[in-house]
Design a protein around this ligand. Structure first.
Ligand SMILES: CC(C)(COP(=O)(O)OP(=O)(O)OC[C@H]1O[C@@H](n2cnc3c(N)ncnc32)[C@H](O)[C@@H]1OP(=O)(O)O)[C@@H](O)C(=O)NCCC(=O)NCCS
Length: 212
């Protein structure tokens, strides 16, 4: 039988799980940075995140990126930042940071050496609605494929039409539903759809893949 837990209890359980608070180095991907011209003509650069930029995840959105899906900041740091690869997308001419991306083994696979990845996008509020969300998955699928992943298995909350359209629009297919999967401070627990695709079906190579 499902047990009902308050958010405070969930947060405490999550933090209890995180027993390693030591400093760590961000992983880097050797073939980055790469450059790409977007549909609107803007050139973007995708690079490895610097260690002093990790707090951007939390300042990007009012509540802090990941708070809804990862119950505490510590849990997010331990289970995403430390384990995964973190990237910054910035506009080439201005250097403005458009988005942060975390790429790691999918939690829906059964081991950390899985060939299935999850790719989490946080697009700066001012840059949403400009079709970046639609274009980024293909490029990051290419990056993930080059890193050795073969597929993406992710989740998407059913209350985010933009995220759902980005996933379905990029060819991901639904593989299931998790009821009451993610907590939103203002809406409570919401369901997620699980989505999968082979990377080679959706990936798109950036224009300038030589080191810039
Ligand atoms: C979700 C997110 C990635 C979408 O990226 P985006 O660049 O804003 O989205 P796009 O401009 O590419 O639009 C994608 C689609 O969603 C639709 N859309 C955008 N905002 C919408 C809204 N508020 N309501 C309904 N549909 C919306 C667009 O019309 C488009 O649909 P189409 O392909 O049928 O034309 C981005 O808003 C974001 O980073 N949000 C915060 C973090 C987050 O929720 N991440 C989820 C992924 S882990």
């Amino acid at each position: 039988m499902l047990q009902k837990m308050t958010l405070d209890v969930v947060r405490k359980l999550a933090d209890d799980e995180c027993d390693d608070a030591s400093a760590f180095a961000l992983k880097t991907v050797s073939f980055l940075p790469v450059e790409h011209r977007m549909h609107d003509g803007r050139s973007i650069v995708i690079r490895n995140m610097n260690p002093n930029e990790t707090d951007l995840y939390h300042s990007l959105y009012d509540q802090g990126f990941g708070l809804d899906e990862w119950p505490t900041k510590r849990f997010f740091v331990e289970r995403c930042l430390r384990i995964g690869h973190n990237f910054v997308v910035e506009e080439k001419t201005t250097g403005n940071r458009i988005a942060l991306v975390n790429l790691m083994s999918s939690v829906y696979a059964r081991s950390r050496s899985s060939q299935l990845c999850d790719i989490i996008f946080a697009i700066r509020r001012e840059s949403t609605g400009m079709r970046y969300g639609t274009e980024f998955p293909g490029i990051f699928a290419w990056i993930a494929h080059r890193m050795g992943f073969t597929g993406v298995h992710t989740d998407c909350v059913i209350i985010s039409p933009a995220s759902l359209r980005v996933c379905y629009g990029n060819g991901l297919i639904a593989t299931g539903v998790i009821p009451r999967s993610i907590y939103f401070a203002d809406q409570g627990w919401v369901d997620t759809v699980l989505l999968y695709s082979r990377l080679d079906r959706i990936m798109k190579e950036p224009e300038v893949t030589a080191k810039i």
